[in-house]
Design a protein around this ligand. Sequence first.
Ligand code: DGT
Ligand code: MG
Ligand code: MG
Length: 265
Amino acid sequence: MANCKYEYVRNFEVADKCLPNCWIVVRLDGKNFHRFSDEHKFVKPNDDRALVLMQRCAESVMNEFKDVVIAYGQSDEFSFVLKKTTTQFSRRASKLMSNMVSLFSSSYVYHWKEFFGDVPLLYPPAFDGRVVLYPSDQNMRDYLSWRQADCHINNLYNTCFWSLVQDGGCSPKQAEEQLRGTFSSDKNELLFSQFEINYNSLSEMYRKGSVLIWELVEDISYKDQSAKGNEGSKVIRKRRKVKCLHIDVIRDTFWNDHPEILSVT
Ligand code: DGT
Ligand code: MG
Ligand code: MG
């Protein structure tokens, strides 16, 4: 067979199977969304349309990748945690990551209009992706805590920055200088004293990001359509549905309330 001569090139492919028994985290992040958000005139510092579109794309990914136990998103990024025992794509890292990233990107374009209406999508957005393995539950929780703490730090900074620029008469350079070296408490104080903003009263979506988990819902149908409401004809089917929360994942409360996430087999 003529082909045999060429088949050796297959051996140049490297195996990238994820280590067994580890949480697999796939994080994707918008490519140059600094420019993308500017060109599409995203509201600063938080654009509800953009944030909810990101959630919608993450939901599409979870519906296709049922072994994702939790996803977390903020700004232009989303992280997906696959259960330790997943065997999807034989745990091949590049296969998992590239499929998730491409589905997320195509969903972003596909659903754009639902959230942005007549605002034209000026060019195709792209996302990068990476895979990180976490061997312990604590490592995986710490990963999510890290991303949520990042969300908080950036959001507090950006809220101050854009308040100073939009309502405080500062240039971007002046705002940056005023915020340099400040602590969280200083920023909270600045927002309150100068702009009457109580940081804690801002939307939880901005402050905490978006946490996607599964919930069980019941679908009720009737065997005999003409016997609607008749208990004997009732059929209840349970199915999993993606639920979006804007909630603290750093403290134990969330994990105690959702023990199924860590105990999934
Ligand atoms: P990268 O990820 O290295 O390709 O570069 P960027 O520009 O995507 O940088 P990154 O990911 O660190 O920061 C996210 C950018 O996206 C940041 O410039 C702000 C922008 N962005 C994300 N969400 C929003 C939003 O809701 N409103 C506005 N105005 N901008 C947003
Ligand atoms: Mg980015
Ligand atoms: Mg980012």
